[in-house]
Write a protein that binds this ligand. Structure first.
Ligand SMILES: [Cu+2]
Length: 110
């Protein structure tokens, strides 16, 4: 009986955890027509966050930022995950290295 209770509590935790985690530190950026959306992404400061970059273009793109210390190639019609932070409050520019003229954005940590 005791085991059953523990199992039920654990199952409830496993169901609830992904929802709260997603709201707090997981973000999505979409690449379309060689532009990032949103171009300004607000994230919490002093926290490690995960960004899923969805490339909706048929050609590859490279998500790159010196200040965020990230460089990641995302194949066409594919997605990739980057982990950034913890960041001090501020603005951190990023760009798509394969289409630098149009693909640019900024992470705002606050
Ligand atoms: Cu690069």
């Amino acid at each position: 009986m005791r085991h059953l209770f523990a199992f039920t509590a654990l199952a409830a935790l496993l169901v609830a955890a992904p929802l709260t985690a997603k709201a707090a530190d997981e973000f999505t950026l979409t690449i379309k027509d060689h532009k990032f959306s949103p171009a300004e992404l607000k994230v919490p400061a002093n926290k490690r966050v995960t960004i899923t970059v969805i490339n909706s273009d048929p050609t590859p793109e490279e998500f790159e930022s010196e200040s965020l210390k990230v460089e990641k190639i995302i194949a066409g019609n594919a997605k990739a995950t980057v982990r950034i932070g913890p960041l001090k409050p501020g603005r951190y520019g990023f760009f798509g290295e394969f289409h630098e003229d149009t693909a640019k954005g900024v992470v705002i940590a606050e």
